[in-house]
Design a protein around this ligand. Sequence first.
Ligand SMILES: *[C@@H]1O[C@H](CO)[C@@H](O)[C@H](O)[C@H]1NC(C)=O
Length: 202
Amino acid sequence: FSVCTRPVMAKLCRSSKTFKPKKNIPEGSHQYELLKHAEATLGSGNLRTAVMLPEGEDLNEWVAVNTVDFFNQINMLYGTITDFCTEESCPVMSAGPKYEYHWADGTNIKELDDETLFPSLIGVPFPKNFMSVAKTILKRLFRVYAHIYHQHFDPVIQLQEEAHLNTSFKHFIFFVQEFNLIDRRELAPLQELIEKLTSKDR
Ligand SMILES: *[C@@H]1O[C@H](CO)[C@@H](O)[C@H](O)[C@H]1NC(C)=O
């Protein structure tokens, strides 16, 4: 069973075909080192500084590593509540009464293979459209967070996943804010939560 068979995840999975849940960044690669660096700085306190581009690193690579990481986190979190989110219980993907996401949003993502979208070899250039593909993936990740917070919060609490969800989402928000990766209007369904989660660390 893969969470990607669920309608809520389908588009996200399609656009991020290149990094399926189980597919990790290979140990020993530069991206693996970057991921370890990210984890280490996260553990050491301030999220605002933890998300910043490490000195001398490439922005595309930093965004790639973190996007893969957020994707894996969302897969895990969504995986815990997936029984509550079926085609019957979630006929549309909503985030509260005011927001609904449609299966077609006018953005067509070309399917790229692993090596071109997420080059793992140093010196292999990222494709020119990498940042715009990454932004679309991050936007879709946000929509899954929004859907979970609005429609599946009860099981999240019952499963004692709330702190985990908060931590993951807070890291995600600091990251997209740092590099301006998601349009402000897109963040509206969770605006209040975002203000609460980020105000203490301003
Ligand atoms: C999650 O974040 C919200 C908003 O800041 C807060 O009200 C709630 O208590 C947090 N839950 C946990 C378990 O930390």
